[in-house]
Design a binder for this molecule. Structure first.
Ligand code: NAD
Ligand code: MG
Length: 297
């Protein structure tokens, strides 16, 4: 693979559909994906933009969160990652990559639909890393349902708890620890603006994440803390193949984008770095779309 800094046609830079069907039980593992996603393991080059920072990334085991966690460590930050216990294999790889940079890594397995755990994971991060100045609220649940009558109360509840309640619990626990200059980043989706019929509950939470983060940004700037949203389009992650989309859609994933392919997680990592770093000093309450050309957000 060519170096990510080499001039090249971005349409040809990464794999295109069709992809093999590859169902996995939720939450899925990046290690089982075909082709394997690029989270920056060998491709992301750091430049000291986050030297000495202390970051917490929820869903940092795989996908977009993993790409952010790797980039943060390469930029010089200590990084805590939260994930589900069944994702230990993916998480162990990320922990090893953070430590390989000579940075401190903290593994936080647990279920964020539990309020007490959300509060505990923030406190563990603060005590283990000695503070917190980058908070990435990124973990998410996406399970497609073809019609409204198939969205059970249990589904609806679990999507709300994972994507909205956990965001609130984690942000609430973190805010008292955030110093001036700190940054909060949430992961919404193009689904907040252009919802798919089969993602009723998920799209609703993603619109909620945008509103919550913009409101929070107005509160936090009073402390010199910034808050922004990243709104991705199609990214090649286990979220999609573990029930986020029907398998036929996984095979064609990213075909509709102007690139004719999905984004790879490493391709969104620089946005998480910019928003976290002091280079983003005038950025707050913004929504960064990285959609593959759809222009939303
Ligand atoms: P991913 O599956 O790799 O990451 C999601 C992570 O959420 C999982 O790894 C898991 O650790 C965590 N998670 C889910 N439920 C949890 C729970 N109950 N307790 C603890 N952790 C839990 O997939 P991804 O695509 O990288 O997803 C990251 C974020 O990006 C999500 O918020 C998702 O909605 C958003 N997003 C993804 C896409 C895409 O196309 N992949 C597009 C738009 C938005
Ligand atoms: Mg995962």
């Amino acid at each position: 693979m060519a170096d990510r800094l080499t001039l090249q046609d971005p349409r040809e830079q990464y794999p295109k559909p069709p992809f093999p069907k590859q169902p996995q039980p939720v939450p899925g593992l990046a290690a089982k994906m075909d082709p394997e996603p690029d989270h920056g393991e060998t491709s992301y080059k750091g430049a000291g933009k986050l030297t000495g920072r202390k970051a917490l990334v929820t869903g940092g085991d795989s996908g977009i969160g993993r790409a952010a966690a790797i980039a943060y460590a390469r930029e010089g930050a200590d990084v805590a990652i939260s994930y589900l216990p069944s994702e230990e294999k993916d998480a162990a790889e990320v922990i090893a990559l953070i430590e390989a940079e000579g940075r401190k890594a903290l593994a936080l397995p647990g279920d964020i639909t539990d309020e007490a755990w959300c509060r505990a994971l923030v406190e563990k991060t603060v005590s283990d890393l000695g503070g917190l100045d980058i908070l990435v609220i990124n973990a998410g649940r996406q399970q497609y349902r073809e019609a409204i009558d198939e969205v059970s109360t249990e589904d609806f509840d679990r999507t709300m708890k994972t994507n909205l309640y956990a965001m609130h619990w984690i942000a609430q626990a973190a805010v008292p620890h955030l110093p001036a200059g700190a940054s909060v980043i949430t992961t919404a989706s193009i689904q907040a603006y252009d919802p798919s019929a089969i993602l009723l509950d998920y799209a609703t939470t993603k619109a909620g994440i945008v509103a919550y983060t913009k409101a929070l940004a107005k509160q936090l700037i009073e402390k010199g803390v910034r808050a922004n949203v990243v709104a991705p389009g199609p990214f090649w992650t286990a979220l999609q193949s573990s029930g986020g989309q029907p398998q036929e859609a996984v095979s064609k994933f990213g075909e509709q984008s102007d690139f004719g392919r999905p984004g790879q997680p490493v391709e969104i990592a620089p946005v998480y770095v910019l928003l976290a770093s002091q280079e983003g000093s005038y950025l707050t309450g913004e929504v960064y779309g990285v959609t593959g050309g759809s222009g939303d957000a």
